[in-house]
Every structure is written in C-alpha cells, then in structure tokens.
Design a protein around this ligand. Sequence first.
Ligand code: BG6
Length: 510
Amino acid sequence: MADANPFQDPLRFERRVPPCAIVIFGANGDLTKRKLLPALYRLAYERRIPQTFAILGNSRTHLSDEDFRAKMKESVQKFLEDAPFDESVWESFSKGLYYVTGDLQDPACYEAIAKKLSEVEKDHQTGGNAIFYLSTQPSFYADVVQRLGDQKLNHGAGWRRVIIEKPFGHDLESARKLNTDIQGVFRETEIYRIDHYLGKETVQNILAFRFGNGIFEPLWNRRYVNHVQITAAESIGVEGRGAYYQEAGALRDMIQNHLLQVMATVTMEPPTVYDADNVRDERAKLLRSVRIMKPEEVPLYSVAGQYGPAKVGGDDLPGFRQEHGVDPEARTDTYAAATFFVDNWRWAGVPFYIRTGKRLPKRVTDIAIQFNAAPLSLFRQDTKSGLMTPRPNLLILRIQPEEGISLRFLSKSPGSGMRVRPVSMDFNYGSSFGERSPTAYETLLVDAMAGDATLYTRQDMVDASWQVVQPILDGWANQKFDFPNYAAGSWGPKASDEMLARQGHVWRVP
Ligand code: BG6
C-alpha cells in the first residue's frame, strides 16, 4: 500500500534514536540482504534514524565500500516488499554505508574494524555509540564476541551493544555456555538476543488486546479456556538453507524460540509496568511454569515429522531428503508438534498445542483459543447434517498473513424456528488502520538503538525455553522415526492428529 506522507505524522517520531553506528558481521549473508538492509533503509526513508548514523559491513568476500553500496542497493530494491524505493533517500543513506573485508578468525579483521569505526565516528558524528550485529554462522558467535573484547571494542566513547541472531545455542548446554561467554565481554543490559516474532506487530498486539481491554482478561484462564492451538505453518521447503536446517530441525528452529515466546505472550501475567524488566520478568516466570516432559511422556506429548516428495498442483515437490545440501538419510524434523501444560493457578490443566512445519498446505501463523462450550445445548445447529455438533466459541489471533482477530460465536439462523449457526466478528489490521505496519526488524532495530530491550529475550527466558525443549530433543534422539511420514503439501503426520485425539481434540484447519 502506498504511504501517506510519513514525515508529517508526529506519532512516527515517538521513539528518539540517538546517533550510532551499526557493525554487521555476516554482511554478505541472506539476512543482511533480505531483512536488515531493507529495514534500515526503510527507517531512513521514514526519518526514524538520524543523519548521524552509519553502517559498517563485514564479511570475507572482498568488496570496496562502493561495491557494498551497489550490492545493498540491489537487495533493498528487491526485498523492500510493499514499500517505495526513493533514489534521493538512498543517495544520502548509502553515504553512511561502509565495508571492511576480513576473516572473523583473524585478529587483523577486528583491528581494521576498530580503525574504520573510529573514522566513521568522526565523519558521521555517531558519538562513539555502536551496535555489533552478529548475523554470522552461529558457531562463530562466542568467538566474535571474545575478539571484540580483545580489541576493546566493547567499550568506547559512547554506549556499546551486541545483537545476537538466533539460534541462541544448539541445546541447553551450549546456550548456557554461549550466555557465559557473551556475558564475559558484555553486560546483560548490553546484550540483545533477537527473536523476530516478538517484534511482529500482531504479536505485540496480543499484549495490547489482553491488557488494554477490560473484557477479555476475566475469561483468560482455565475456568473458561478449554485449550489453545498455536500453528505456524509454512508452505515453503528449506529454500537453500538445507545445510543449516538439517542440523536444526523444526523444534529448534521455531518452537524453542518463536513459538514458546508467542505462547508466553498469550499466557503471561500482566506486568505492573510496560517496560523491559517487568515484561521480561513475566515472560520468564511463565516459561518457568511450563511443565517439563518426563522421558516417558515425550512420545505422548510430542510428534516429529519429515516431509516426503509429492505432486502438488501439478508440481513435483521434492522430499526433504532430496533437497540440496541434505543428507539422503537425514533424521531432521521438518514438522514438530507438542502438547504443553502451564503449571500455575491460571492455566493448570489447559493443554497448549503447538505445531509448525515446512511444506504444509499454506503459510499461516495463528493462535486459536477455544473456550468451553455452553453448559447446555438449547438450540439446533444449522448444519447440512442437522447434527447437534457443539461449536464452542473460538478466538483467533491471526499473526500472519491477513493479520487480525476473529471471534466465532453462534447466531440464530434467519427463518422460523430456533436454529443457530457459527458466525464471526472480525477485526482486520489492514482495513482498520489503512497503513503499512513496520516489519519486525524495523521495530527491533529501532528498539536496540534506543536502548529498549522489552522485545528482546533475556538470559533467563532463553534458558527456560531450552529447559522445556531439551527433554523432547533427548527423547527424539532415542526414538526411531519412520521418515518421511507426511507428504509435502499435507497437514503433517497422522501421529499429530492422534496426539490431540487422545485429549478429545482436533486440529482446526486454519
Ligand atoms: C526463522 C526460521 O527464524 O523464521 C525460518 O529460521 C522460518 O526457518 C522463519 O522460515 C519464519 O519467519 P516468518 O517471519 O516468515 O514467519
């Protein structure tokens, strides 16, 4: 959607961003091209970052500043999605783009970065404020941070911060070690662990919906909620990320971080104040209340899947094991589902079903809160079969696409006689606000520059979510799976339906 003039809207300026430089490690990578640079350009376009701002890219590929600018221009134009590209804005934005060629394992690389950073500080008056954005292979994170410390780049004339991309660790133990290593160089308040789901407008809106309104919160507990389903389905496969994905799998890639954070957002207690410490205290407390599965519970409460080849809409889709860079015998989960329980007074006994997968029928992320049915069915359901199937109230928080919220309830069907039919009350982001929402990376980058860590994960949150996921990983390591166990383009393995059926529930079709 084309914007109205973004410079005229005072609300856009609510967050003051101080002068700063951002050093991107992994500047030739996919994330920089697809997400970071388009987000930073967009922030410049909207004048949400000051003129006194510069970007310093690093990777091993030999590039001059000019080459880097040309490459980034191409990426921004390609990945800007629904936002306009403006040559004159690019012209001034790109004057602040610099590049240092260097190998992350070579101390000379950090000397070169330190030198360039101090030049950039002078030329762009960034006040010595700097963010180091780690978008490299995760196995380098600890090393890069250590070398930043060796080069004393963790201190400067202004503030210093480090943003760590996911995945934060490969398991509980490595996540703890990574925390210790990073905290040996940066203070916790300087560490920004990114989980881009927390930056999504619709995920933030869950808190607005719950705590900005008086009418929902009284229903938001085990007395009224029957169960909750969280779905993050993707129709794409692994898209050239086979090598990474093969080691990660769906449980690590989506549930350990994004979906447990979404679940915490849906279930946490209200913070007393909306700020980084209070919000994150509540998230962490909730994650600590998620029941840890015992080894014998893992097969009952979790399901792993891997897609096999299939013909979908005339296209031959490969199975995961046929994807580029993937071992033909890979045991990777490309689908993961689990039943979680939150052992606190509000949620005791309510199942939370989470599922995610690649090559499912469509791309959709939503949260469906199913309420208890009315105690007595007085009315006949107006269905083709005429059966009295109970249709309980359902509240759907649509994260993407078609962002919005729907409430399903029963209404009298027109005509004589009292027959009822489910209808829905809908709120749709696009039509209600009529303006483009910032992407998660725009929001999170501005927050990090402004020093607001509310939407970033904290050490105790990461630790708690690994504690939840680790027993499932351990259990799966000892289980024999008959992979592939779902066809590309289907809704996942049969075992997932069976997991819900054991509790008398069914997955809804989003
Ligand atoms: C990333 C995962 O963190 O999130 C990807 O590594 C996944 O595998 C992506 O595709 C999904 O993000 P979004 O914003 O497209 O839902």
